[in-house]
Design a protein around this ligand. Structure first.
Ligand SMILES: Nc1ncnc2c1ncn2[C@@H]1O[C@H](COP(=O)(O)OP(=O)(O)OP(=O)(O)O)[C@@H](O)[C@H]1O
Length: 606
């Protein structure tokens, strides 16, 4: 059973090794050989002891120096072969580490865009890097011990019973007791405890990350330490686990340590018995010394095997997490792909639910956006607007119905082609830690400075760049050059303008919109969508008055549609939203006027 588990874990590494699989058996064979060579010197020491005790005056020609040289030779050869085994195991470990990272990256690149919404980049990085690093550590250092922990006990047992089976039996008593104790410690209950221990450790570590992330929010809302109850609870859980784990191991571990050092208490009575029965004193003494030297090796081997089992479990968990990540269904590429000739966007009876959700996020949505038209999605929070925009860019595949670009199902359009034709400006804009210029031309080669300058002007980003110390060459995020949320979104709009894709998907910013920024962003978005097929998620109803069509989305369905005027006249859901929106705007203006003598009104009306 023990061997099966080892095979199992090693087998899990081989898919990442390609043709270098051979390194695993090479390392195992070499380490097995070195384990034998490490035991052989003890046999020569036994020969030497016997020679010395049987012939103390050295009157006869003795083989002592010959045995001594052989012992030294075997010890040196053992070390050299162990070194070669480690070399192979390290090479194997590097190949597995690189193989895992490569496969991880390949799979991640093939994931649907929606995958990145559900998995934070930090978590993905941790699973891939930790998985690769843990398996590297495990293979590099534990692989040689695997063969050693199988070969050494066999050789030792053969030796122990060959030299003198009676003394061998006596020396085996503490080893057998130690082995039983160890089996108890590594029983299912012990393993279950270990697993719970590592789970509690993992939970505490991830809660600590959440704790640190949440500090700004908690400070803003003036909350006390009780806001971090989950982190506190995870620390308490970990503390309790450690205490319980220690209590479980305390007695068996102490007993194990004592018993493994107690061979002498079993060997002395046996030696006295043998001498009493007439065995030769020097021979019994030589055997006694041999057994005293050889039995502690067992203790060391058992300890190694215990650590090996612990490390196997850690490596198995890391590889489980990695496998789980890479098994996330990749975005299927159609075998027969088609090119987009015109830039309409159509949803035909689209149904979609998020993984694990019991409710449909989108339920039978149909609309058609002709080339160059602009359509706005409005509606209550959680209605499904963002989901519609993301499905249009094939963040996920729909459960039923079709999403068509230029009349072609997005599943039949090559991924790069689709991404080439769509520009996305969503709220959580990502700017890279590189120059502003590179952020704007990102992914596009040979962009002329006229194009860049035009995009900067139309996206209202000129004043942002003018305020930066290095202008276009300023590295974003370095030495205090941070941009506000609204500024970042304007740069993202400039990027989308440079991309010049015929279809634009916009998520109008709400979070960063101070009046000044809102005004500039609106202007930039208008310029970006000019002449493009545009699907826009609108949070402010002022920005939808002039669009070709508005869809009111609620509970994953279209509840109303038409132009702003049509919908107002209909007096339904949109009319209510509009009236409420007008009231909110009026309150805001009143409040600002009251606070600062009407200065903000001027900004709003700019
Ligand atoms: N990644 C996700 N995993 C699971 N459920 C999700 C995910 N994203 C959104 N949902 C759920 O799908 C439904 C539609 O959400 P969606 O974000 O599309 O609404 P929305 O109209 O864009 O909301 P908002 O205006 O607040 O952005 C909601 O019930 C939401 O909880």
């Amino acid at each position: 059973m023990h061997t099966e588990k080892k095979k199992f874990i090693l087998k899990r590494f081989t898919p990442y090794m390609g043709r270098k699989k051979v390194l695993l058996p090479v390392s195992l064979i070499l380490s097995g050989l070195s384990a034998v060579l490490n035991i052989v010197p003890f046999v020569f020491v036994w020969f030497i002891t016997r020679e010395l005790l049987l012939n103390p005056q050295m009157t006869q020609l003795s083989n002592i120096d010959f045995y001594a040289w052989l012992a030294l030779g075997c010890a040196i050869l053992g070390v050299v072969i162990y070194f070669l085994s480690l070399l192979s195991s390290h090479l194997a470990a590097f190949h597995v580490e690189i193989g895992m990272q490569k496969l991880g990256m390949e799979r991640i690149m093939a994931m649907p865009l929606g995958f990145f919404d559900q998995h934070s980049s930090g978590k993905i990085r941790k699973i891939v890097n930790d998985g690769a690093a843990t398996t590297h550590g495990f293979l590099a250092h534990q692989l040689p011990d695997i063969a050693g922990s199988v070969v050494s006990p066999i050789v030792l047992i053969v030796l122990i019973f060959t030299v003198d089976w009676r003394m061998g039996l006596a020396s085996m008593i503490p080893i057998i007791i130690g082995f039983i104790t160890m089996s108890f410690m590594m029983s299912d209950k012990g393993k279950e405890f270990q697993k719970r221990y590592y789970d509690a450790l993992e939970e505490m570590s991830s809660e600590s990350v959440e704790y640190i992330r949440g500090i700004p929010v908690v400070k803003t809302f003036g909350q006390s330490i009780f806001s971090f109850k989950r982190f506190y609870d995870s620390i308490v859980k970990y503390k309790e686990m450690v205490a319980a784990y220690t209590r479980l191991w305390q007695k068996p571990m102490s007993f194990y340590t004592v018993v493994m050092q107690s061979a002498v208490f079993f060997l002395i009575p046996m030696a006295i018995l043998l001498i009493g029965r007439g065995d030769s004193l020097p021979m019994v003494l030589a055997d006694f010394i041999f057994y005293l030297l050889i039995t502690p090796i067992f203790s060391m081997l058992l300890m190694k095997s215990m650590h090996f089992q612990q490390n196997t479990m850690i490596a198995e968990q890391a590889i489980d997490r990695f496998d789980h990540l890479i098994q996330y269904p990749a975005m299927a590429e159609a075998k027969k792909t088609e090119r987009i000739e015109e830039y309409s966007l159509e949803f035909k009876d689209v149904v979609f639910s998020y993984q694990g959700a019991d409710k449909k996020a989108i339920d039978k949505i149909s609309f058609k956006l002709k080339p160059g038209e602009t359509m706005a999605l409005v509606g209550a929070s959680g209605g499904g607007k963002t989901t519609i925009a993301r499905l249009a860019a094939r963040f996920w595949d729909v459960d039923a119905g079709e999403v068509l670009v230029g009349g072609i199902n997005v599943k039949a359009i090559p991924k790069n082609e689709l991404m080439d034709k769509i520009a996305l400006v969503f709220q959580n804009t990502k700017l890279f830690k590189t120059t502003l210029k590179e952020n704007i031309v990102f992914g596009k080669e040979g962009v002329s400075s006229e194009t860049i300058n035009r995009a900067i002007d139309l996206s209202q980003s000129r004043e942002i760049i003018d305020h930066l110390p290095g202008g276009m060459n300023t590295v974003i995020g370095a030495k205090g050059t941070y941009l506000s949320g609204g500024e970042q979104q304007r740069i993202a709009i400039a990027r989308a303008m440079v991309k010049d894709a015929p279809i634009v998907l916009l998520d109008e910013a709400t979070a960063f919109a101070d009046p000044e920024n809102e005004h500039l962003i609106q202007k930039a978005l208008k310029a970006l969508s000019k002449g493009k097929t545009t699907l826009m998620i609108a949070h402010r109803l002022t920005s939808v008055q002039n669009v070709d069509r508005i869809l009111v989305i609620d509970n994953g369905r279209i509840v109303e549609q038409g132009s702003h005027q049509d919908l107002l006249e209909r007096g339904g859901c949109y009319r209510r939203m509009w009236d409420e929106y007008q009231q909110t705007v009026a309150w805001k203006i009143d409040a600002r006027s009251a606070n600062n003598g009407g200065q903000d009104d001027q900004i709003l009306s700019k």
